[in-house]
Design a protein around this ligand. Structure first.
Ligand code: SAM
Length: 315
């Protein structure tokens, strides 16, 4: 009997994928986890009813999470990934030869173990790379307590629910800022602007209050139904945003990095927002409306109790 597995994140609509085979399903200490096979999408990881990745299109999101910050840095050496226990972002981070150490902080060991068991190609051996430091911990606590500093911090969390909720808070962003080296870059996943504009607005506002620049960028992640998917960028080095396509191409060649989605041109274009997304960002960054002045009671109405008609002068 075919089983259909539903996304349950959105309140008034759902997406179902046919599970030709359920490979693993468990309620871990942190979340509900199911990994299953689907004829179209390959192997699928769903956490707390949200599709996290499929083996057919994971490269899109993992490349855009890793290469947009790292290609914008002259020589990224220390990188922190929060979440991302499937290893996709870490795989892309370690393609950069200047990276000396990349720490991945994942709260749920089951995600790492089951990802390695059922789709090892996503991590592609990254956890065995001597530069990779895997820490099983709450990213919020890790960042609050770390004394290390990083050239880039990449928050590959799930939606702001369950254990991930704390990774979408101003406090967490402030702690990440403190752990960034000068000129470092912070990126985080920021959901579907068409469906969750407030999520993008709140993150942009929080990042803009901490950093010189907050700049959302977009990618087209086929398995994230509901339009373009937003990532958010923050840095005190605005020139990192103005990097030319030519310079990105030179860096890609020098670092000998092959990709399936990220390109120097796609990097720059990702920051070109459609009007409705720009409007969300503009509203988020607009100064708060001045509080409405309390209305003065009009003297005539208060004194006479009657509204007198404004005296009009006829010529
Ligand atoms: N790489 C995925 C993709 O392609 O969409 C993104 C999601 S990844 C699976 C999200 C990870 O964040 C999960 O493995 C989850 O366990 C982890 N996570 C959630 N909350 C966390 C926290 N507070 N600290 C560290 N990791 C957390």
């Amino acid at each position: 009997m075919t089983r259909w597995i539903e996304e349950t994140f959105h309140p008034h609509w759902r997406v179902r994928l046919e599970a030709s085979k359920v490979l693993h399903e468990v309620k871990t200490e942190h979340q509900h986890l199911v990994i299953f096979e689907n004829e179209t999408w390959g192997r699928v990881l769903m956490l707390d009813g949200v599709c996290q990745l499929t083996t057919s299109d994971e490269f899109v999101y993992h490349e855009m999470m890793a290469h947009v910050p790292l290609m914008a840095l002259k020589a990224p050496r220390r990188v922190l990934v929060v979440g991302g226990g499937d290893g996709g972002v870490m795989r892309e981070v370690l393609k950069h030869p200047t990276v000396e150490k990349a720490t991945l902080v994942e709260i749920d060991r089951s995600v790492v173990d089951l990802s390695l068991e059922h789709y090892p190609e996503i991590a592609n051996g990254c956890f065995d790379d001597p530069r990779c430091d895997l820490v099983i911990a709450d990213g919020l606590k890790y960042v609050a307590e770390t004394t290390e500093s990083f050239d880039a911090i990449i928050v590959d969390s799930s939606e702001p629910i369950g254990p991930s909720a704390v990774l979408h808070t101003p406090q967490f962003f402030a702690d990440c800022k403190r752990a960034l080296r000068e000129g470092g870059i912070f990126v985080t996943q920021n959901g579907l602007p068409f469906l969750l504009p407030d999520h993008l607005a709140a993150t942009t506002r929080a990042l803009a209050s901490l950093f010189e620049r907050a700049a959302p960028y977009l990618c087209t992640q086929p398995c994230y139904f509901g339009g373009p998917f937003a990532l958010n960028w923050a840095s005190d080095a605005p020139d990192a945003l103005e990097i030319s396509v030519k310079k990105l191409a030179r860096r890609q060649a020098k670092r000998a990095i092959t990709t399936r989605y990220w390109t120097p041109a796609a990097h720059g274009a990702a920051f070109a927002l459609p009007a409705y997304v720009q409007a969300i960002v503009d509203r988020a960054l607009a100064p708060p409306e001045p509080a409405a002045k309390p209305r003065r009671k009009s003297s005539t109405a208060s004194v006479t109790g009657r509204r007198t008609r404004a005296r009009s002068r006829t010529r």
